[in-house]
Design a protein around this ligand. Sequence first.
Ligand SMILES: [Zn+2]
Length: 454
Amino acid sequence: MREFRTLFGLAAAAALLAGSAQAAPAKSAPWTVRREQVAAEARFLASDALQGRGSATRDEAIAAAYVASQFESLGLTPAPGQAGFFQTAKVIKPRLQGEAKVRIDGVEVAGAQLLIGPMGDVGGKAVVFAADDVMTMPAADVVISTSKASPLVVGQTAMSKQVKLLILKESFLTKGLYAAQGGTDMASYLEGQPQGVRTAVATLPAEAFERLAAHPGASVELKLPPMTQETATTTNVIGYLKGRDPKAGTLLISAHLDHLGVRPNGTIMHGANDDASGVVAVIELARAFTGGKPPKRSILFIGYGSEEIGKYGSTWFAAHPAVPLADIVANIEFEMIGQQDPKLPKGALFLTGSERSTLWAALKAHGAPVTADSDPAQHYFERSDNWPLAQAGVVAHTIAGWTTTPTYHQASDTFESLDLPFMTGAIQSMVAPLRWLADSDFRPVWAAGGRPPP
Ligand SMILES: [Zn+2]
């Protein structure tokens, strides 16, 4: 990162020289993001004390309270019309009281495991999907996938295609997921929000799977055991910086507070990169923006709850926004900026869905080191809190340092795994471009075909 810091120093020196040569009014000094501050905030959020900030838990609420106290100390206020810094929503977490059963042509299959539960019993005629290109998956009710693509990508695609039941062959990976998640508690939903189709994912032992894959058209049913319901509260923290011009619109800078909590075996999933790093970016950008003259546009700084179990905090916010959605000029979510993809040039960051709007080019033109989406086929644009806002029409993207880092959703995502010089530089590199956006009249718009269907 030394190279990047040197470049930044040269740019600052050049700006100062240009200023003095023209005898222009003194510009405020460039803001410096301090590594000590970045480290301190990340270390607290990713500490054992916060127990992995499980979605819709007290630990998530403590993270929200911490961020609110930072916001208040910086001089942010609650958003207009909000009583305080918090916005809460109810999450319903059904628990299966027993094992789900899979039946093929009426006969129960031994050894089936439910990885992701549906809202109720599902079934239909088996359609076999064998291609490597997941985008060619048929939008059938029941898909038996023999594709060589990663099961995670196959699952994501099945969800986007509204498949009701996806059946995979049992593997080392699926057994690990089942052991980690218990197969009993994944069908949570947000109270009061319409629920789209939820794709259930089940695995079959190899022999039963091969038999089914050889018989497309077989009738497949997934039967759930009795369920109980727990209600939990998820917390968003929302800070507001009032701009100079009420008609200029509002920027939304966000990240998610929550991570995966504690595994049934007691392992704390610290989520330092995912997404304590993004929350640190939100706090440090709030610090940068409150450290100088107020921007022309107002800015909302948000830490969302319950991203990991279905983007519930951002979904709730998009349905109950603190300012009218039409006033939100752009949203940038910060996700996993604590490590850099080694394939990127030094200091560069990914912008998910980069081709979908005019924001990417504008940010680049104003010095943001943002490159194209690392891999649109992975649907990163749809996989973070920018997505519910984008579905509601707001030009909304996510910035990340490395989308497929080896620590992704692993116990190794700890404070020690963070690259603090890169992370500090990443936040620093966005200060001036976002300052430009906050002071400008530029309104990004969707590119043709870029706006997601509502
Ligand atoms: Zn995340």
